[in-house]
Design a protein around this ligand. Structure first.
Ligand code: IMP
Ligand code: MG
Length: 183
């Protein structure tokens, strides 16, 4: 797989360090909660799967797991603007402070939609933790409560992020060689 990568943007060590930092920030903030609602970590499949499992283990508080799958159509490297909920939550969010865990915020369309739905359903609170953000590509403003890295307008793969469903299991994050896209 490494032969397809043009440049590594974030090494395994850099990712681990950032994930630890985010987990510690979340722990410090949510420690203060005084109501009887639990914390629900909601991973957005599939891209956030790797980040989610690492982040969860850096949060030193009782949390529950749930997952949503939302997709914009097709395998293209540009989001289409149509969001479809392919897998919904199992639990009633009214009992929880929700932390949405997403791999990357690009246009913002997916996240704006998911946050709106969870707020409408009456979640105790909804916050967003995203590992990457590409502000140059934003079409809808999204407030990212916990952000790993801002990146330039480049298509990245690895650590959960795919190109046409491949490269998710790379332990680092990089950009593909241009010839991979033109095959
Ligand atoms: P948005 O709705 O445009 O913000 O789309 C976000 C989704 O698009 C992410 O959850 C990813 O699945 C996908 N995506 C956006 N940029 C990239 C990228 O650089 N690499 C891999 N997937 C990406
Ligand atoms: Mg995604």
């Amino acid at each position: 797989m490494k032969k397809d990568i043009k440049e590594i943007f974030f090494s395994e060590e850099q990712l681990a360090e950032k994930v630890k930092e985010l987990g510690e920030k979340i722990t410090a903030d949510y420690k203060e909660l005084t109501d009887d609602k639990g914390i629900l970590l909601v991973g957005v499949l599939k891209g956030a799967a790797v980040f989610f499992t690492d982040l969860a283990r850096k949060i030193d508080l009782p949390v529950r797991f749930d997952f949503m799958m939302a997709s914009s159509y097709g395998d293209a490297s540009i989001s289409s603007g149509k969001v479809e909920i392919k897998k919904d939550l199992d639990v009633d969010v009214r009992n929880y402070h929700v932390i949405l865990v997403e791999d990357i915020i690009d246009s913002g369309i997916t996240m704006e939609c998911l946050m709106r739905i969870l707020n409408q359903r009456g979640a105790a609170s909804v916050k967003l933790c995203a590992l990457f953000s590409k502000p140059a590509r934003r079409k809808i403003p999204v407030n990212i409560d916990y952000l790993g890295f801002e990146i330039p307008d480049e298509f990245i793969v690895g650590y959960g992020l795919d190109y046409a469903e491949e490269y998710r299991n790379l332990p680092y994050v990089g950009v593909l060689k241009p010839e991979i896209y033109t095959d």
